[in-house]
Design a protein around this ligand. Structure first.
Ligand SMILES: C[S@@+](CC[C@H](N)C(=O)[O-])C[C@H]1O[C@@H](n2cnc3c(N)ncnc32)[C@H](O)[C@@H]1O
Ligand code: SF4
Ligand code: SF4
Length: 370
């Protein structure tokens, strides 16, 4: 089905100094907030052009739009409202989703999230001790209490949210601690593995496929064997189990989609379109600019077109004899690109996925046979 979910890069500025950040936002001084917002307002017409084209392309079917960055909450509530009011005035059927560092949540944002039914992802790498190693404020101080306060506010207001933990060398061996921390507080969460970027000095955070696979399986087992676990504590696991009952492409996450480039785009406020936010800064992946071309033309550009052949290449090549094809489709091309330098190679985390799919399947089969 013809359908695009855009990821919008609201700003490249950020108030945190995360040591692994792939957008580079951590490594630049924060611009003055009035400048960040002035630029946003100036570029609103570009964003409106995207929404118009997008909803025409999607025939106004429900569309998930993810607001990303940098830190998207550096944009003021007043300016968020300008954009959301436009969407409302056009009756566009859009579900807004935001990925935030959670430090700037306040009553006005909570009201906005409620009013527009936002789905919210907050990044936190675990307990104070763990999180502050990788996600400090720009001045190096602890970000934990501020982020945690934001998470509690989302919970108190019964908003749809989940925490995203970036699994890396520093929290890899703390799986029990991570589980206990989120379970005790009834905070839904999921884990994503780190990927190397030009901004990470040395090999201090990167995981091997085996390390990631084992850590994921360990977390799965703790949750699966915990009789008191809330089923929605780790939603991804519930989807993973559902996947083995009835494989649905892309159910678990975007990296298991056969042709993700046909369903996702990243959009920079200057109008540039590329396959995914994970390719931020990689000039060779820019399809073109929405100010010069229609979305349909951009998706058929000489840069975009060949990307949708990735699964054909892998199904006849590296992945041809894999039993997990129908669940994995070669994994995430951004992992292949950032860790192997080749969009068309199978995912760097291939061995992790094989381990995970086998493990989860075995656990389900064992229960069914009882
Ligand atoms: C780039 S941030 C932008 C949104 C917001 N500032 C935040 O931190 O959630 C989006 C997500 O990417 C993750 N991320 C950043 N650099 C990464 C890397 N090198 N590997 C894996 N995930 C990374 C962050 O931890 C965060 O969860
Ligand atoms: S909060 Fe997000 S954008 Fe900012 S430095 Fe951390 S990961 Fe990067
Ligand atoms: S598990 Fe590995 S070999 Fe199998 S489809 Fe995924 S990337 Fe390809």
């Amino acid at each position: 089905m013809k359908h695009i979910n855009p990821i919008i890069h609201m700003t490249n500025d950020c108030n945190l100094g995360c040591k692994y950040c792939y957008t580079g936002s951590a490594f630049y001084d924060l611009s003055k907030l009035d400048q960040v917002n002035k630029r946003f307002v100036e570029l609103l017409p570009v964003l409106y052009r995207l929404f118009d084209q997008l909803m025409e392309y999607n025939e106004n079917q429900n569309t998930k739009v993810t607001f990303h960055g940098g830190e998207p909450l550096l944009i003021t509530v007043t300016n968020w409202r300008k954009m959301l009011d436009y969407i409302k005035s056009k009756n566009f059927y859009i579900t807004p989703t935001i990925q935030t560092n959670g430090t700037l949540i306040n009553d006005d944002y909570l009201k906005l999230f409620k009013e527009y039914n936002f789905e919210i992802g907050v990044s936190l790498d675990g307990t104070k001790e763990l999180n502050d190693i990788t996600r400090p404020l720009k001045n190096g101080k602890s970000s934990f209490p501020i982020v945690y306060k934001g998470i509690l506010q989302l919970k108190e207001h019964s908003l749809k949210f989940g925490v995203l933990v970036t699994l890396n060398k520093t929290n890899l061996n703390e799986i029990e601690t991570l589980y206990g921390f989120f379970k005790e507080r009834d905070i839904p969460f999921s884990i994503r593995p780190i990927f190397q970027t030009q901004y990470i000095k040395d090999d201090i955070f990167q995981l091997s496929p085996e390390e990631y696979g084992k850590a994921f399986c360990k977390l799965f087992d703790i949750w699966f064997d915990d009789e008191n676990a809330n089923i929605s504590l780790i939603n991804e696991f519930t989807s993973l189990i559902a996947q083995f009952v009835n494989p649905i492409e892309g159910l678990v996450s975007c990296n298991f989609t056969m042709k993700c480039s046909e369903h996702f785009i990243a959009f920079d406020l200057n109008g540039e379109v590329s396959p995914c936010n994970r390719f931020y800064g990689a000039k060779e992946f820019i399809y073109g600019n929405i100010l010069d071309q229609t979305l349909e033309e951009l998706l058929n550009s000489p840069v975009a077109k060949p990307l949708s052949k990735r699964w054909d290449v892998l199904a006849n090549g590296e992945c041809c004899s894999c039993e997990m094809q129908e669940y994995c489709f070669g994994g995430c091309p951004a992992d292949s690109y950032s860790l192997k330098g080749d969009y068309f190679a199978k995912d760097y985390y291939c061995e992790s996925y094989k381990m995970i799919f086998h493990h989860v399947n075995n656990r389900i089969q064992a229960v069914l046979k009882k």
